[in-house]
Design a protein around this ligand. Structure first.
Ligand SMILES: *[C@@H]1O[C@H](CO)[C@@H](O)[C@H](O)[C@H]1NC(C)=O
Ligand SMILES: *[C@@H]1O[C@H](CO)[C@@H](O)[C@H](O)[C@H]1NC(C)=O
Length: 388
C-alpha cells in the first residue's frame, strides 16, 4: 500500500487473489483474513483506477457539455427580465380600439415598413414570411453572401430561387456580398460584417426616419396583425422586441414562448444599426412564430448544422447521419444532444427530453394553411422529410 508505484502495474491486480485465502491455522487464518481484506481493498482501488476512472473520463468527454449546461444555474445568472407589453388582438376589433387598448393613438396614415433579413438557405420559411407580411411591407430587403458565418462557401440560393418570389419583385431590394473566408475566425465577426452591409442596403432601399424596420432572422416571423398594429399606432416605443412562439422542426413541436431576438425599430438615421441582440427592455407579447430548423430536406439540416454560428456543437460526425437526423426530427429531440439552455434547475429538469407533440394548427401563418399540401412537412403529423 505504501508503494505508489504498485498501482501502476495492472499485472499486480491480476495477481492479487491468486493465493488461496483462509488455509492453515486459526491465527494464520485470521492473519490471512486481514490480508485478504487489505487485498480486497487494493483490488477495489485497482478497479477504481483502471476501470472507473477511464469510464469517468470518457463520460466527461461524451457528456461534458451536458454537465456544464446542467450546472449553468451555478455559473450564470438569468438575464434581466423584460418588461412585457400585453398584446391585444382580434380580427373584429377596429384599429382605433386596438391602439387604444395598448395606450396608443391611431395615426391618420400608416408608417412605411421595411423588412430586412440576412438569407442563408431558408427558401420555404422565407416564402411563408414574405406572404405573411406582404400586405403591410413597403420594401423587402434581403442580403445574401457566398459564405456562411463559419466561412464555408455557399451558393447564392436566393438568386437561384428568385423566380419563386416574383410576387415581391416590385418591392424587393436584393444585395449580395462576397465572404472574407478567414480561417479560424470567430463566426460572429463574419456575421457582424454582413449586418453592416445590410445597413448599407437599407439606405439603398430608401429607408427614412420613423419608417418601421423589422430586424430578425428569416425564421423569426412576426404575425401580420402585429406589424399592422405597429404601423398604425402613434407613440409606440422607438425599439420593441417581439416575443415569438418557439417551434422546432415544424409547427408540430411547440417549445416555449421565449424567443425575443426579433425587434421592430422606428428608424433613426445614424442611430439605428442592424443588430440581433438585446437592445431594449420592452417586449411585445405573442407577436409571431420562430420556427427553428424548419426545413423540407434532410440535406438542409446537414448544411445548417455545419454552417451554424455555434459550429462547435457538431462534436461527433454521426450527428450528421441522415437516418439519425430523421429519427431526431420525428421524436422532437435535440439535434446536438444538448440539454435545454435554462437558468434554473427547475426549468432544466422540466424541459429535459424531447418536446411533446402538439396537434394544434390554429393561429399559424395563413399562407401555410392555404398551401397546406405543399408545406405538409411543417404541419402536425408529417415529420418524415425528403432526402433532397
Ligand atoms: C364582428 O362584428 C360584427 C359587427 O360589429 C358582428 O356582427 C359579428 O358577429 C362579429 N364577428 C365575430 C366573429 O365576433
Ligand atoms: C464570393 O463572392 C465574391 C464577390 O462576388 C467573389 O470575388 C469570390 O470569388 C466568391 N467566392 C466564392 C468561394 O464563391
Amino acid at each position: 500500500m505504501s508503494d505508489a508505484g504498485y498501482y501502476s502495474s495492472s499485472k499486480k491486480c491480476d495477481d492479487i487473489c491468486d493465493e488461496i485465502c483462509g488455509q492453515g491455522s486459526r491465527a494464520a487464518l485470521s492473519m490471512s483474513r486481514v490480508r485478504c481484506f487489505l487485498r480486497g481493498l487494493e483490488l477495489r482501488t485497482c478497479v477504481l483506477f483502471f476501470v472507473f476512472i477511464p469510464i469517468f473520463i470518457f463520460g466527461i468527454y461524451l457528456h461534458g457539455q451536458k454537465i456544464s449546461y446542467f450546472l449553468r444555474p451555478l455559473w450564470e445568472s438569468p438575464p434581466k427580465p423584460f418588461h412585457i407589453i400585453p398584446h391585444y388582438y382580434h380580427e373584429n376589433v377596429s384599429m382605433e380600439t386596438q391602439c387604444q387598448l395598448h395606450g396608443w393613438k391611431v395615426r391618420e396614415f400608416p408608417r412605411r415598413v421595411f423588412d430586412a433579413v440576412l438569407f442563408n438557405n431558408e427558401v420555404d420559411i422565407l416564402t411563408l414570411r414574405w406572404n405573411e407580411l406582404y400586405p403591410y411591407v413597403s420594401q423587402f430587403v434581403l442580403l445574401e453572401s457566398n459564405s456562411t458565418f463559419t466561412g464555408i462557401p455557399k451558393r447564392l440560393l436566393f438568386a437561384a430561387n428568385r423566380d419563386k418570389f416574383k410576387f415581391v419583385e416590385p418591392r424587393l431590394t436584393y444585395g449580395t456580398i462576397g465572404g472574407r473566408f478567414k480561417k479560424g475566425e470567430n463566426p460572429f465577426v463574419e456575421e457582424a460584417y454582413q449586418r453592416v452591409a445590410l445597413d448599407q442596403l437599407l439606405k439603398i432601399a430608401g429607408i427614412e426616419d420613423d419608417d418601421l424596420l423589422i430586424m430578425s432572422d428569416v425564421d423569426e416571423i412576426p404575425s401580420a396583425h402585429t406589424i399592422n398594429l405597429l404601423r398604425w399606432c402613434d407613440d409606440i416605443p422607438p425599439i420593441l422586441h417581439l416575443q415569438l412562439r418557439n417551434y422546432l422542426y415544424s409547427f408540430e413541436f411547440y417549445k416555449d414562448s421565449k424567443s425575443w431576438r426579433a425587434s421592430v425599430h422606428r428608424y433613426q438615421t445614424g442611430n439605428t444599426l442592424y443588430a440581433h441582440y438585446r437592445q431594449t427592455d420592452v417586449l411585445l407579447a405573442d407577436s409571431g412564430w420562430h420556427c427553428s430548423f424548419c426545413f423540407r430536406y434532410i440535406s438542409q439540416f446537414v448544411f445548417k448544422m455545419k454552417a451554424y454560428s455555434h459550429c462547435d456543437r457538431v462534436r461527433f460526425s454521426h450527428y450528421l447521419d441522415p437516418k439519425r437526423i430523421q429519427d431526431v426530427i420525428c421524436k422532437g429531440a435535440n439535434l446536438f444532444d444538448m440539454l435545454p439552455e435554462e437558468y434554473t434547475f427547475k426549468e432544466i429538469i422540466g424541459k429535459m427530453g424531447p418536446i411533446p407533440h402538439t396537434y394544434s394548427a390554429v393561429h399559424l401563418p395563413s399562407y401555410l394553411l392555404n398551401h397546406a399540401e405543399e408545406y405538409r412537412f411543417l404541419l402536425p403529423g408529417n415529420c418524415k422529410r425528403e432526402s433532397g
